[in-house]
Write a new protein. Sequence first.
Length: 138
Amino acid sequence: MQFLKGEVRVMQRFLGVALASISVLFIATPTWAHHSFAAEYDSSQVLTLTGKITKVEWTNPHIYIHIDVVEGGKVTSWALEGYPPNTLKRTGFTRSLLKEGETITITAYKAKDATNTGAGREVTFPDGSKKFAGPLGN
């Protein structure tokens, strides 16, 4: 009987260590997934884009504003990342301000990977009002 009690203790320790290890893995995973501004965007390449909103992704961890920009008769689609929805909402920037089909001007920092993506900074709406969509590049 004493032998079985020792075996149970060993099994309990093993399960405790295994659960702790798995917990650490799940807690640390979101931290690994988040990116830094400097890793993705070039703060020296500031863009000013004017275009029609084609899509808005108002989801965590960051919003995306998709716009079509017309330059020289050619349409270029851009995806601009912004702050998380909750951060924007607390500053008075709500989802309802971004209407598909409406023309906006947005300043942004170009992505380093040469795609038509960027980190959105300031949105200027048709009425001239402005809201910050993302951080200052530094």
